[in-house]
Design a protein around this ligand. Structure first.
Ligand SMILES: NC(=O)c1ccc[n+]([C@@H]2O[C@H](COP(=O)([O-])OP(=O)(O)OC[C@H]3O[C@@H](n4cnc5c(N)ncnc54)[C@H](OP(=O)(O)O)[C@@H]3O)[C@@H](O)[C@H]2O)c1
Length: 246
């Protein structure tokens, strides 16, 4: 059955692939991002997309006060809402001796505050409706405070904890809240980064995410082998961890 779905951060990478696959499956989808042209291009690239099935909205998630009105517009266009995916994210490059409040604030605003602005609204909507599904694309980076990018790590730790808390609040009401923790995925965010390994494409990541969300999984790594890496990383004592260049 065709579902009514919002994807925030659908103009590139993982969000774009999730949106593409949802459209191809015949669902009604509302797409959000700042680059509306990219959203329209995506729509044109799915040959099976039908008129009246996909809606695009130019939106900056850091404009928190605009979220309630665009959320309402999307629900009106879709004729309801069954699921929401939050995939907007920023990971600035941070030099070893750099501390940049501008870069750090943007990562907190997009990765964490924008997520709260959107998913609080979705939580309230689904609570009243007594059904729905919330999916947040967090990261394995939130599992430990690493020296390379302190605020990216912190924004993802905040997002992971927020999603867990939403899940604990809403599970009794029959609402599924999903935390996705990708490892390394080939997208514009990771372009040009050195030292990547076990990299999979955004298309592969999206199909794994959709398959796991549909099978009822609540918190998982993409691909699954990153769960083992996380277990090891989380078990290293702090005084050893700080000596490692990871
Ligand atoms: N790639 C990886 O290896 C990896 C690993 C773990 C987790 N993740 C997470 O996965 C999510 C998707 O990342 P990706 O790799 O697919 O990166 P990406 O290709 O760079 O996509 C980022 C998306 O976020 C949107 N975005 C950024 N700033 C925004 C803003 N102010 N308002 C609205 N949307 C905004 C972008 O849209 P516009 O620029 O058009 O607004 C774009 O659609 C992120 O949360 C990222 O942290 C990625």
């Amino acid at each position: 059955m065709a579902k009514k779905i919002i994807v925030v951060g659908a103009s590139s990478g993982i969000g774009k692939e999730i949106a593409t696959q949802l459209i191809a499956e015949g669902h009604k989808v509302a797409l959000f991002a700042r680059r509306e042209k990219e959203l329209k291009n995506l729509l044109g690239s799915v040959s099976s997309a039908k008129t009246g099935q996909v809606f695009t909205f130019k939106h900056d998630v850091t404009q928190y006060s605009q979220v309630p009105s665009v959320f309402a517009k999307a629900i009106k266009s879709l004729g309801g809402l069954d699921e929401i995916y939050y995939s907007s994210g920023v990971m600035h490059r941070i030099e070893p001796n750099e501390f940049s409040i501008e870069k750090d604030l943007e990562m907190l605003e997009v990765n964490l505050l924008g997520c709260v602005a959107w998913l609080d609204l979705a939580a309230k909507f689904f609570q009243d409706q007594k059904s729905g599904k919330i999916v947040g694309i967090s990261s394995i980076a939130g599992d430990r405070g690493r020296r390379s990018n302190p605020v990216y790590n912190a924004s993802k730790a905040g997002m992971t904890t927020y999603l867990e808390a939403l899940r604990n609040r809403l599970a009794v009401k029959g609402i599924q809240v999903v935390t996705v923790r990708p490892g390394m995925i080939e997208t514009p965010m990771t372009e040009g980064l050195s030292g990547l390994f076990w990299v999979i494409t955004a298309k592969e990541a999206a199909s794994t995410i959709l398959q796991k969300v549909n099978s009822g999984k609540e918190d998982f790594y993409v691909p699954a082998r990153w769960a083992l890496v996380s277990l090891i990383i989380r078990s290293i004592p702090s005084f050893i961890f700080r000596r490692l260049s990871i």
